[in-house]
Design a protein around this ligand. Structure first.
Ligand code: SF4
Length: 332
């Protein structure tokens, strides 16, 4: 496969043909360096060698009535995780300062559950206003489904971006969740967009989806035209329905990231949950297609130490976009 030709096509803003997408996903081991170099050509055009750092807080954990099969916070999950209600203002603001002190460009406030209650939304809007008054950092929230009114209130409070992932293809969606639909997800994205929130909309791979599903999802993400695409690789957590689903390889993850880059040349692509678990020693290579990472762990799983992330970025000859490199101290 001529991967350089795909990079050229991507740089012209053209989508790949479906057959070309399959060729990327099926990239043989001996073709991976050319694939990554081609994906890097596209990434470099828009993001040079910068890596955008995010830090997230799981501001409300567990206790969710939805049945997302991958999620340790679902009511149907037996996973041993810490559950707690919405954190108080002091804690959420404190972690914003920690993110800022380490020059994370964006602070992601995530809550479990279908959607925030009225009281939770009131609390979060107060907290967001407080952060905006005291800490100079962009805020992304991921709070589940939103009404138009809730989206508008978040925007007014100071939220910059809203995260709501498609996760998988429309076809495969009923296999991973029965309590809400793919269409529900699209609706929330529309509400967020209407409220002038920037969109963060990503994927979760490795749940048993087919190559056709991956390609459908990749095109759906292109259609959303989000500012940011987080790519998660399923970390199979004991006690969840997908606890034995573990087949991704590092090379497959790199091929998926390259495909997403070719189809979304100017979009921030973040290697998110499952980075350390599935990419293992090949993590640094993922920075060729991707230009963004989370540091300091994920919702219910730990990541590698932030110092190791920053060392990896330096070792690759890349640099953190905006800011000091330092250890993140968090008690969460
Ligand atoms: S709605 Fe969110 S918190 Fe609830 S089960 Fe699904 S992914 Fe987990």
């Amino acid at each position: 496969m001529n991967y350089q030709g795909l990079a050229q096509r991507s740089l012209q803003g053209l989508p790949l043909e479906r057959e070309q997408c399959y060729s990327v996903l099926r990239c043989p081991q001996e073709g991976i360096l050319e694939l990554l170099q081609s994906a890097f050509r596209v990434r470099e055009r828009y993001f040079r060698k910068k890596v955008i750092v995010h830090l997230l807080i799981n501001a409300k954990s567990g206790l969710c009535a939805e049945d997302c099969a991958y999620c340790s916070q679902s009511a149907g999950s037996q996973a041993s995780i810490e559950s707690y209600p919405l954190l108080d203002e002091e804690k959420i603001v404190e972690v914003a300062s920690i993110a800022k002190a380490n020059q994370a460009q964006r602070y992601c406030i995530v809550t479990s559950g279908c959607s925030p209650s009225g009281a939770e939304l009131d609390h979060l809007c107060r907290v967001i206003r407080k952060i905006k008054e005291t800490v100079d950092i962009e805020i992304c929230t991921s709070l589940g489904f939103l009404t138009e009114e809730a989206a508008r209130r978040l925007k007014e409070a100071g939220v910059d971006r809203y995260n709501h992932n498609l996760n998988t293809s429309q076809r495969f969606y009923p296999k991973i969740c029965t309590t809400h639909s793919y269409a529900d997800r699209i609706e929330t994205l529309q509400h967020a967009r209407k409220a002038n929130l920037k969109l963060c909309c990503g994927a979760l791979l490795g749940m048993g989806e087919s190559e056709e599903d991956i390609v459908d999802l990749a095109f759906a993400l292109r259609e959303v035209e989000a500012d940011s695409i987080p790519i998660n690789f399923l970390h199979p957590i004991p006690g969840t329905p997908l606890e034995t689903m573990n087949y991704l390889t590092p090379l497959k993850c790199l091929a998926i990231l390259s495909l997403i880059r070719f189809l979304n040349p100017w979009t921030e692509i973040r290697i998110a949950g499952g980075r350390e678990y599935h990419l293992r020693s090949l993590q640094p290579l993922a920075l060729y297609p991707a230009n963004s990472i989370f540091v300091s762990g994920y919702l219910t799983t730990d990541g590698q130490a932030p110092d190791e992330d920053f060392q990896m970025i330096r070792d690759m000859g890349f640099e953190v976009a905006q800011g000091r490199i330092g250890k993140i101290e968090t008690t969460l």
